[in-house]
Write a protein of this length. Structure first.
Length: 290
């Protein structure tokens, strides 16, 4: 073999070794590359699944966002209408506040006037209280006088009741005397007509019902005593009526009425008790007729 052939053989051997090394390296690298591709594919598949999941989540989130946006729009519209309503109410409230402020101002003025009036009235009350304090002694004195007058009125009322009972007793006595006088006159001998008329004139006619009053005036004329009393025709006292005068329980005189009107009468004293004196305020009464 020549040298060239040897060189060529060596070169082939070197090339073969080199190719073998390269093939071994390639095979190793290809195996690693396959593993890397498979790992990459698996990562890609996992990434795709994650991406799909993320897309689904994004879709759900988009739907929720759209629903939230619609709810927000509805809430916004509702809030806008509420705002408009509240703005109207606010305007009304501001109008009412202005009216109330005006009324409050007027009331404040009235309160000021009333306060001044109250101060003035307090001053007047203080003055009147001072005057009342000055008048209290007089009030106490008047109260005492009133108490005394009340006791006096009670005493006079009791005396009046006693007098009424006495008048009743006296009227019953007069009625009995009239009855006895009538019986005596009927049983007496028949007088002449002139004397009968004279006795009737002197005796007079009693009233139909018991009445009583008082002497208001006494006068003397031509030796005769004339009296006025507060009994008149409304009490049954007329011309010719006989009245009896008493002073307390004491008989004073008889009166024959000469003239009368509705509330008063004037008469002449026909009979009088010994040493008796007819006076103003003496009691006048008449009993039942015969």
């Amino acid at each position: 073999m020549n040298t060239v052939t040897k060189i060529f053989v060596v070169l082939q051997l070197v090339l073969a070794l080199t190719l073998s090394v390269l093939v071994i390296v390639f095979v190793n690298k290809q195996t690693n590359y396959r593993h890397m591709i498979v790992s990459t594919q698996r990562s890609a598949i996992a990434a795709s699944a994650a991406l799909a999941k993320e897309k689904l989540l994004n879709r759900n989130l988009s739907n929720e966002l759209a629903s939230a946006q619609e709810s927000a729009s509805s809430a916004q519209r509702h809030l806008n209408s509420r705002v408009v309503s509240l703005q109207g109410k606010l305007a009304d409230a501001q109008t009412q506040i202005a009216e109330l402020q005006a009324g409050n101002s007027a009331k404040s003025t009235n309160v000021t006037l009333l306060t001044n009036t109250v101060h003035s009235l307090n001053t007047q009350v203080s003055d009147q209280t001072g005057q009342l304090n000055k008048l209290r002694p007089q009030e106490l004195m008047l109260i005492n006088q009133n108490a005394q007058l009340s006791r006096r009125v009670t005493e006079l009322t009791n005396e009046r009741d006693v007098a009424r009972k006495t008048i009743q007793v006296l009227q019953e006595s007069v009625s009995k005397l009239n009855h006895h006088l009538s019986v005596a006159m009927a049983s007496a001998k028949t007088p002449t007509s002139g004397s009968a008329n004279s006795a009737s004139v002197l005796q007079g006619v009693p009233t139909a019902a018991s009445v009583n009053g008082s002497i208001t005036k006494v006068a003397q004329y031509n030796g005769r005593t004339y009296v006025s009393c507060n009994l008149g025709s409304k009490d049954g006292v007329n011309q010719g009526t006989r009245l009896t005068i008493y002073s307390g329980h004491k008989y004073i005189a008889d009166v024959l009425v000469q003239k009368s009107d509705s509330t008063r009468s004037v008469g002449v004293v026909t009979l009088k008790a010994p040493n008796a004196v007819v006076a103003k305020s003496d009691m006048v009464m008449s009993g039942p007729g015969m």
